[in-house]
Design a protein around this ligand. Structure first.
Ligand SMILES: *Cc1c(COP(=O)(O)O)cnc(C)c1O
Length: 361
């Protein structure tokens, strides 16, 4: 067993049992004489995995009969375009809460295909906090209100979702999907690239209301219509079979660990520990994020100088703690502590941070 502690933002750490299971299914899966990578997406073996992944998601989230689970390729970045293409009607407009670069990108894509506007923005404060309810200018006729539940780069997170009234609520949950229990049925559409918190890259999970699909734009190319995926159980063309297989393994691990409530308990413990360590050394570590908007998935922090930050990242790496460099657009340090990061991993990071501050403070 390697002792690497993986703090990368994505693709990111996966639960050890999910990897072990894939190892056991290679090269001979369930007596087929073939690995899971080589088998037809029309085979009974793959079909079972595909539907298991869907059913596990429905059960973990308690989805009602009006909510469908879809598997789509193209990443969250394709969803930035598919959502407005499908759901902004001719002459209509959509509202976006802009809380960082991913939501800026989502809004930009919407403006390419239709009309869209920022209903709230955290830009004046450098995206260091999530706008509060009083800061929204909602268009009651908007096709939908789009939020980014967790801002992977800036380290902020919605702890309460906005009340959009009659306007359908849409969320990019790529970097915190399944971090805690939440009312998924409240949303008209949720999308999440798997490679942050639920699997490898290659598949994006989309949860959408069936009744909303009936109002979607039908004049789009086949692969850009959600209805194509809905009508064919995401088997219209070849799905990313191995990515979905891995998502199934991860979801089963989530269930076996005790479900979303267990994920939340552990995530709060890990986040509390890490933010506590930062706050215990105010002259050395500093978190630029407003305490009420801090992310439990991506913890960003600064050191007294860029030189010390580079030294911190390099020394941590030498001790097996990788991926601690902040996003290239913002610098600093970032520890991504997704569901699969064990408490012991965060404890090891905190111990290193204590020691590094003592030596360099
Ligand atoms: C990583 C990320 C994306 C981009 O995902 P791709 O799968 O690379 O397209 C979008 N939104 C959020 C919140 C992300 O963290």
């Amino acid at each position: 067993m390697s002792t690497t502690l993986n703090f990368y933002a994505g693709p990111a750490i996966l639960p050890a049992p999910a990897i072990e299971r894939a190892k056991a299914d290679m090269p001979d899966w369930a007596g087929t004489g073939m690995s899971v990578l080589e088998i037809s997406h029309r085979s009974a073996q793959y079909d079972a995995v595909h539907h298991e992944a869907m059913d596990l998601l429905k059960a973990l989230l308690g989805l009602d009969d009006d909510h469908l689970v879809l598997f789509i390729q193209g990443g969250a970045s394709l969803q930035f375009a598919m959502v407005p293409m499908n759901f902004i009607p001719p002459g209509g407009s959509a509202d976006y809460v802009v809380t960082g670069s991913w939501s800026q990108k989502a809004l930009k894509e919407a403006k390419i295909v239709a009309s869209a506007r920022a209903a709230a923005t955290g830009e004046p404060g450098g995206f260091t906090r999530i706008p509060g309810p009083g800061e929204y200018e909602l268009d009651p006729a908007a096709a939908y209100l789009h939020v980014t539940s967790n801002n992977t780069i800036k380290g902020t997170q919605f702890h309460d979702f906005p009340d959009s009234g009659q306007v359908p609520l849409v969320a990019d949950m790529s970097s915190d999907f399944l971090w805690r229990p939440f009312d998924a049925n409240r949303f008209h559409l949720i999308y999440a690239g798997a490679q942050k918190n639920v699997g490898p890259s290659g598949v994006t999970i989309v949860i959408v209301r069936k009744s909303w699909l009936e109002k979607a734009n039908g004049k789009l190319p086949t692969m850009l219509r959600y209805s194509t995926f809905a009508d064919n159980e995401s088997l219209y063309n070849t799905p990313p079979t191995f990515a979905i297989y891995m998502v199934r393994n991860v979801l089963e691990w989530v269930r076996d660990e005790g479900g979303l409530a267990a994920m939340e308990a552990r995530n709060r413990q890990k986040g509390g520990l890490l933010y506590g360590t930062i706050e215990a050394h105010p002259a050395f570590y500093r978190c630029p994020v407003d305490p009420a908007s801090r992310s439990f998935m991506n913890v960003v922090f600064r050191l007294p100088s860029e030189e010390l930050e580079a030294k911190f990242v390099a020394e941590a790496k030498a001790q097996g703690m990788v991926g601690l460099k902040g996003h290239r657009s913002v610098g600093g340090c970032r520890a991504s502590i997704y569901n699969a990061m064990p408490l012991a991993g965060v404890q090891a990071l905190c111990a290193f941070m204590e020691e590094f501050a003592r030596r360099n403070g």
